[in-house]
Design a binder for this molecule. Sequence first.
Ligand code: NI
Length: 428
Amino acid sequence: MTPAPRAPHGAQDSALSQQCAGAPAGPPLLDAARRLAPETVALRRALHQCPEEGLDLPNTQGLLRDALGGLGLDIRGGRTLTSLTAVLSGAADGPTILLRADMDALPVTEETGLPFASRTPGLMHACGHDAHMAMLVGAARLLAERRAQIAGRVVFMFQPGEEGHHGARHMIEEGVLQASGHTADAAFALHVHPRLPAGALRLRPGPQLAASDRFRVLVRGRGGHASAPHTTCDPVPVACEIVLALQTMVTRSLSTDDRAVLSVTRLAAGTATGVIPDTAELGGTLRTLSEPTRTMLHEKIIRVAQGVAAAHGARAEAVVEPGYPVTVNDPGFTDFVVRAATGALGRNAVDELTAPQMTAEDFAYVLQAVPGALAFLGVCPPGLEPHEAPSLHSPRMEVDEDAIASGIACHAAVALAFLAGGATEPTP
Ligand code: NI
């Protein structure tokens, strides 16, 4: 895609300044989205106060069902999870685009001190999914008002269980990609990002987010008295050596064009200082940006763990549990989103994401089946520089609610342009 000129800090299309009294009118969809602000911000706050976790989110589903009522959408709940799928049929026939928002919260105790903070101890919308839902409801409203000019269908996919519960995969199995009676031709999602300027849109062709997999290694040695290690097969130094060998393995396995992150985040052994234990355990996460690299590193994790253990006469049982795949943006659709979003938000709001992020998203499953893209929407809170903002998943994560209008306008612009035939051909 052709990146737009980069805006200096705080100079993105003035999503904020245009709201000042007397400011010139912004692009039409953004202005329309801003007029919805009272209801979309109220919905976001209502959702924020009542976070739910996992695949069973009945209260969240109920709030969304109420908010989507009266728009003339065909609304259906999931069979095995509390998803919600709403279909808007335009005045004429045409293609189908799917827009997604995720619904679930995180096991985090909120520390923002906001008046609408979570009322559920131990749960918080710390990943911004409350804003995602409010933005997609707002987009549904804008698009429903423009039904007469729509040729085709819009599927609004409200998805539980993004935070490690594979909710998107469950919804695909339940037929969300065919919810309109036609297989979706394209798919789009937004994810808020507190470390980008409010209202800024960032995406890139190819990998936008990483695959995320977990690994566990159990080292089996032979315990004994700590004063006589020569009579044992001590698993503790073996586990330590495996940690270092895994790090070396990653640096020696990848070309400089490729990237991966392997972090050992758990290490456990023993119960007493005087006893060499029988076993030691370690575990961590692997993040990769391509399926060949992912497969190669899975094999090497197991080989390194088993090989190091064998060198010391111990045994390692190593497993890699696959998580979400790489989130890959279709290059042609990404270029199209850049053009549609630039029209809706202004040239300075849209830019190329310079490098993939090593977090993961289960929208990856949708993008494996349908050409599309996921984009980040900046929501840096007012008064902070982006690098100072508490990150996603932080108990202090906050969203600049003025950016919600940008998200609504972006969703609506992408859908309207796609259904008007503005999409470029998906790039193989
Ligand atoms: Ni998230």
